[in-house]
Ligand binder design. Structure first.
Ligand code: CO
Ligand code: CO
Length: 320
């Protein structure tokens, strides 16, 4: 992933050479720290909600690595000359409320003046060095579970076009502001979870592609089992699609086979770039039903088994 001259260190479990969700560094035989950060420009109008989503999104990378987030620092770029400072206060409050919900302490931060508003956090978490979940550990025969519905990118595009249904917007906002904490805890306490990542800008198929990169495995996606916000079907059929979706498609299409049974609107949704999406994880097939039931019982009702890991064809994703 990276051609900078890097210093190697035996305690570095996950570094820049991996296309992973976060960095992991071993401190002791039984303790490693996870570090990640994320920030972005507003994706919703309401500042408090924006703060909530930015924090939820940044914390996801710690959960995706099998870790527990402990502390965070604010990253703020704010247009002081053109925007009322009360807006910043609302953003920070939204972020802080999500940190409280996650049991994460805010320990500092940094602000700069910037013509374009941006907010996010850096996060430090912990994990047992032997329990780090990578996106690359999936084994043939594993099932794939996705914990949130897709569609946040398409909804954002519909909002910009002024054609978004208010109930759909609410659904998308609620989805983006839902922490992956409970899903992460279930993943961490399920035996035989072999790989995990969170779905963000590359879309479901882009992140699934990272799971098979440089490995002798492939993935079958059961496209009719993939959860998405019901009302985005019409938008996808009309071609109300974000630019990032087309980029994801162009980038990954060479290793994806879409079977004739999967309509284009549905395969398009599988490429939709997500903000603060769910976890995607691979686990031994005999654990699939129990794990799914635990997710549903915990209120993660959208969670579904959406595919499986196969040996053939290797290096390819077949969308059925
Ligand atoms: Co991630
Ligand atoms: Co990230």
């Amino acid at each position: 992933m990276c051609d900078f001259p890097l210093i190697s260190d035996p305690n570095l479990i996950v570094g820049m050479e991996h296309s992973e969700d976060a960095g992991v560094y071993k401190l002791r035989e039984d303790l490693a720290i996870i570090q990640t950060l994320d920030f972005f420009t507003p994706i919703v109008d309401d500042p408090y909600t924006y703060g909530q989503i930015a924090v939820t999104n940044a914390l996801s990378d710690v959960y995706a690595m099998g870790g527990k987030p402990l502390t965070a620092m604010n990253i703020v770029c704010f247009p002081l000359k053109t925007m009322d400072i009360s807006i910043l206060r609302q953003i920070l409050l939204g972020g802080l409320d999500k940190m409280h919900e996650a049991g994460v302490l805010l320990v500092g931060g940094h602000s700069v003046e910037d013509p374009e508003l941006k907010y996010g956090i850096s996060v430090t978490g912990i994990v047992h060095p032997e329990k780090v979940l990578l996106n690359s550990g999936a084994l043939p025969g594993d099932l794939l579970i996705l914990t949130k519905a897709l569609g946040t990118g398409i909804v954002s595009t519909a909002i910009k076009a002024g054609i978004a249904d208010p109930s759909l917007v609410d659904q998308s906002v609620a989805c983006m502001a839902t922490l992956n904490k409970i899903a992460g805890e279930i993943v961490q306490t399920t035996p035989s979870v072999h790989a995990c990542t969170d779905i963000t800008g590359f879309g479901l198929l882009g992140h699934a592609a990272e799971m098979i990169e440089r490995r002798d495995i492939g993935i079958r996606v059961f496209s009719d089992k993939v959860p998405f916000f019901p009302k985005i079907r019409g938008l996808a059929e009309m071609g109300v699609l974000p630019a990032g979706l087309y980029r994801n498609k162009d980038f990954r299409m060479p290793l994806i086979d879409i079977s004739p049974g999967c309509p284009e609107w549905r395969s398009d949704i599988l490429f939709d770039p997500q903000t603060s999406g769910g976890l995607l994880f691979a686990l031994a097939s005999d654990q699939g039903a129990t794990c799914l039931a635990r997710l549903h019982d915990a209120g993660i009702t959208e969670a579904a088994i959406i595919g499986e890991v196969v040996t053939s064809p290797p290096g390819r994703i077949v969308v059925e």
